[in-house]
Design a protein around this ligand. Structure first.
Ligand SMILES: [Zn+2]
Length: 70
């Protein structure tokens, strides 16, 4: 069970998409999601690390509804 802000989330709370790739804001290359998916999927507000294949920069992108943020 994944915990967020001391609250146990149900599966319904995790229905949001985390893309496998994003566009690099520096070189417009393709950033690939690092393989670090927790059991049961990502929690809302989770910070997902990406690595750009062109400039090798790492991007930590936060997904999910802002309301989930304390
Ligand atoms: Zn890049």
């Amino acid at each position: 069970m994944w915990r967020w802000g001391g609250v146990e989330l149900t599966c319904e709370a995790m229905e949001f998409e985390v893309p496998l790739t994003i566009e690099c804001v520096d070189c417009l290359g393709t950033c690939h999601r690092l393989p670090r998916e927790p059991e049961g999927g990502f929690a809302p507000g989770e910070v997902i690390p990406y690595r750009c294949e062109d400039c090798l920069d790492r991007w930590d992108i936060q997904f999910g509804p802002e309301e989930a943020h304390p």
